[in-house]
Write a protein that binds this ligand. Structure first.
Ligand SMILES: O=C[C@H](O)COP(=O)(O)O
Length: 254
């Protein structure tokens, strides 16, 4: 089964109503490859989800940046998967390194969230990735395999999961992984899926790269055989996000 190129725009904790309207207008006016070539998912902060849902072009989809680990209730400050479904938000980003590191989200907690979100009908962008220290000590694969294993232990169907490899040292630093570094980890992750989740899951699961992707480096990264798209932070708030979406055509012209 072919893996459709996937481009996520993670706005993180940025934006005002005025800025959101401006970005969405820029996106709406852009000429991008058709939906059968690239799947685009925009992820604004919770408070802007209804506004973006109303204004966003219909060929783009929307993700929340997090959700609660189980059914909603007395959990002050949290947003449940059921609420996202109720609002018509199809996707959620889970396990982003900013949450793993700043909010101490463990592998098991992230996996619990992934399983619960899937059970409620959400599609999940599940993030994995190593710190600089872990990379320098040669632990990259052990770290991303452990993060993926925690998810695999709870999940049998992978069709609603996109796996995002985001090396922490490349996030927001301008220090992008080289195409070879990204390809190496994506290849190993696919191999891990093959051994642990089966050939079909390995062949069909999209593994996307995140970490300082921009309009200038996206094409070379997109050309790597196991890079199926991007999760973009900073550049998703800028017009160059359109160029990143367009890099999907690297796959169709290869
Ligand atoms: O979710 C996106 C990643 O954290 C990448 O962020 P960045 O493109 O600003 O490095």
């Amino acid at each position: 089964m072919g893996r459709k190129f996937f481009v996520g725009g993670n706005w993180k904790c940025h934006g005002t109503v005025e800025e959101v309207k401006k970005i969405v207008t820029t996106l709406s006016e852009a000429e991008v490859p058709p939906e059968d070539v690239v799947e685009v998912v925009i992820s604004p902060p919770f408070v802007f989800l209804p506004l973006v849902k109303t204004l966003l072009r219909r060929d783009f989809s929307i993700a929340a940046q997090n959700c609660w680990v189980r059914k909603g209730g007395a959990f002050t400050g949290e947003v449940s998967a059921e609420m996202l479904v109720n609002l018509g938000i199809p996707w959620v980003i889970l396990g982003h390194s900013e949450r793993r590191l700043l909010l101490n989200e463990s592998n098991d907690f992230v996996a619990d969230k992934v399983a619960y979100a899937l059970s409620q009908g959400l599609k999940v962008i599940a993030c994995v990735g190593e710190t600089l220290e872990q990379r320098e000590s040669g632990a990259t694969m052990a770290v991303v395999a452990a993060q993926t294993k925690a998810i695999a232990e709870q999940v049998t169907h992978w069709s609603n999961i996109v796996l995002a490899y985001e090396p922490v040292w490349a996030i927001g630093t301008g220090k992008v992984a080289t195409p070879a570094q990204a390809q190496e980890v994506h290849f190993e992750l696919r191999k891990w899926l093959h051994v642990n989740a089966g050939a079909e899951v390995a062949a069909s699961t999209r593994i996307i790269y995140g970490g300082s992707v921009n309009g200038a480096n996206c094409k070379e990264l997109a050309a790597q055989p196991d890079v199926d798209g991007f999760l973009v932070g900073g550049a998703s708030l800028k017009p160059e996000f359109i160029d990143i979406i367009k890099s999907a055509t690297v796959k169709t012209t290869a």
